[in-house]
Design a protein around this ligand. Structure first.
Ligand SMILES: Cc1cc2nc3c(=O)[nH]c(=O)nc-3n(C[C@H](O)[C@H](O)[C@H](O)COP(=O)(O)O)c2cc1C
Length: 211
């Protein structure tokens, strides 16, 4: 790794176009290893990563995503929202172009506090409000590690939740059993685009200091 930490954070972009060059297996394993150095609630490490380079398997995953989006497009609630649906498709399918796509799975984390709240009759929404969904937060930390590590190693990638619409099918295609379930795909490869930084809200809109 050669970039200093600030350049690494500032220079990362979501990359959606990739050169076809394959990524060496040792780099794929190193990316997975660095992802797993993220913090996790009670150190439960409730993530699993499956790196897919097989084009046939990627095509099956993409077909499942397409079909899931089509099913949604047929819902009465989708009428008049056709352009949005097309947008969802475009936003969800480009992972097949990357030389490797990490499928990220999560085992829901049930802490003692969660169990007590559930037994007390709180809804999932109320429990999330009081617990902050530490399992999802942990997975987010791991994915960010993965993306920053990829950038530092000269690769680019994109965090994708769009394809999760086909979670059940992708779980099955990749042989992943409950309680694990897909929460994101992260295609990685050598960038074939150099997008400008996406705008950020002014710091003072999203941050304040209480002193
Ligand atoms: C939780 C999450 C889900 C996302 N899902 C998608 C996705 O399905 N497809 C996609 O193209 N980008 C997806 N993105 C990427 C965002 O669009 C991107 O991070 C944002 O526009 C900021 O751009 P930047 O990453 O280049 O800074 C996702 C990002 C996050 C954090």
């Amino acid at each position: 790794m050669s970039l200093d930490w600030k350049a690494m954070i500032e220079g990362r972009r979501s990359i959606r176009r990739f050169k076809p060059d394959p990524i060496p297996e040792e780099d794929i394993r190193e990316l997975a290893r660095l992802a797993t150095l993220a913090p996790s609630g009670s150190n439960k490490q409730m993530w699993r990563f499956v790196a897919v380079t097989n084009k046939e398997v990627l095509a099956q995953m993409a077909a499942a995503v397409s079909a899931a989006v089509e099913r949604m497009a047929a819902w009465p609630e989708a009428v008049g929202r056709e352009r949005r649906i097309l947008g969802i498709k475009n936003y969800s399918l480009f992972f097949t172009e990357a030389p490797v796509t990490f499928a990220v799975f999560m085992e829901p984390y049930q802490s003692a506090a969660d169990t007590i709240m559930r037994d007390h009759g709180l809804s999932r929404e109320e429990i999330n409000h009081l617990r902050g969904a530490p399992d999802f937060q942990s997975i987010g930390a791991a994915i960010q590690n993965l993306l920053l590590a990829a950038h530092a190693m000269g690769y680019g990638g994109c965090w994708m939740c769009g394809p999760v619409v086909a979670a059940d099918e992708i779980n099955r295609i990749l042989g992943v059993e409950p309680p694990f379930s897909l929460v994101a795909l992260v295609p990685i490869g050598i960038p074939d685009e150099n997008p400008p930084a996406r705008p950020r809200k002014p710091l003072d809109e999203v941050f304040r200091l209480v002193d």
